[in-house]
Design a protein around this ligand. Structure first.
Ligand SMILES: [Zn+2]
Ligand SMILES: [Zn+2]
Length: 135
């Protein structure tokens, strides 16, 4: 029984997951802002072996502020970002929270890159907060 499912806007890329999501950052960095088109990105970190992916996303690579390789995976048809990989976290997929059907599973656990947040963005002060990405 899958715990969650998700898809891009057009449905060409679909995924199903069976794992628990332990870390879910709200990332306020400028890269996430540009890549998503939203003022911050909510991500769900999950081990890659717990996610089944249907369809082949296109990829774009760039460097993180620490020099690691960041891979953005998106649908070539509708342009939705679906997940990402960071070479400094092998085996971990960073799902874009907005693609998940079971929205009750989206519960951010931490705010990161607050140093570059948009001034008008409200912040949940109950969550741990970091200026950059903690280790
Ligand atoms: Zn699509
Ligand atoms: Zn970011």
């Amino acid at each position: 029984m899958p715990k969650f499912s998700g898809s891009c806007l057009c449905g060409k890329i679909k995924l199903r997951g069976n794992g628990n999501i332990n870390v879910s950052p709200n990332c306020h960095c400028a890269d996430c802002r540009r890549a998503t088109g939203a003022v911050y990105a909510t991500m769900l970190f999950i081990t890659e072996d717990q996610v089944e992916i249907e369809g082949t996303p296109s990829t774009f690579h760039h460097k993180s502020d620490r020099g690691s390789d960041m891979e953005k995976c998106f649908c070539s048809n509708c342009g939705s970002q679906v997940f990402g990989r960071n070479s400094s976290r092998p085996g971990i997929l960073s799902l874009r929270a907005g693609i998940i059907d079971q929205t009750e599973l989206i519960n951010p656990t931490v705010n990161v890159f607050l140093s570059s947040k948009v001034t008008s963005t409200p912040i949940n002060n109950q969550l741990p907060a970091y200026d950059k990405m903690p280790n």
